[in-house]
Write a new protein. Sequence first.
Length: 251
Amino acid sequence: MINLLRADFYKLRRSKSFFICLGILAVIVIYIMIDFSSSAHIKEQFSPSNLHWIYMFFNEKSFFPYFVPLFQAIFTTMLITSEYNTGTIKDSVSLGFSRRKIYMSKLITVSIGSILMMLAAIFSIVITSIFVFGIYGSFSTYDLLLLLRMFLIQILLYTAYGSIFLMIAFLIKNIGGTMAFGIFFSLIIGSLGSLIGDGYLARILLFKNFSPTAVPHPQAVDLRIAIAVGLAYLILCSGIGGITFKKQDIK
């Protein structure tokens, strides 16, 4: 398993599509922050401190839930389908690695890639907000702990999203179909989420769990629902993808 992870992390580091997605994500964040500079005189109404810009970007009505899944779909598609095209995934099986471990290694790699995307965006938010608005407001260690809790919940939700795109990549295998489905899925879910409202039934969608938990003091029930939904998607998609890969005839 360690050897598989080492090889997959190396591929992630060498993935041009991944770093292009990171760069585009950072540029979009910087552009949005600079666009807010025209409202610098009312910045406290948008965010009481530099720290709170992060919450705003994680909100489903704002930025991350629309763009991050899109970039997840792109880099996951390129990462997995290229292995089918080059035959490296067949080589891993031929070397005696179990398919379960191979799939788990891919899931961990996609999850790490998703976390790095979030960290790159957060870094861009903080640095750009300081350059645009200066350092303002105040926050304590407790505020940082609240931010960490929010970040961990968001990691779970975006990891669950990553498991969906990974499952799709293993089901379709070719780059064109996987990319088209992944991009369509990430775009249509955002539109669907806007149409079905904010009731508890709507929380079945991963997309609808971002905003309730992207606040400093979320409701306990919102945290429980988000964790349950995130874990359910992660387990279900990983199970389907893993079983599919186990039964595939790899050529």
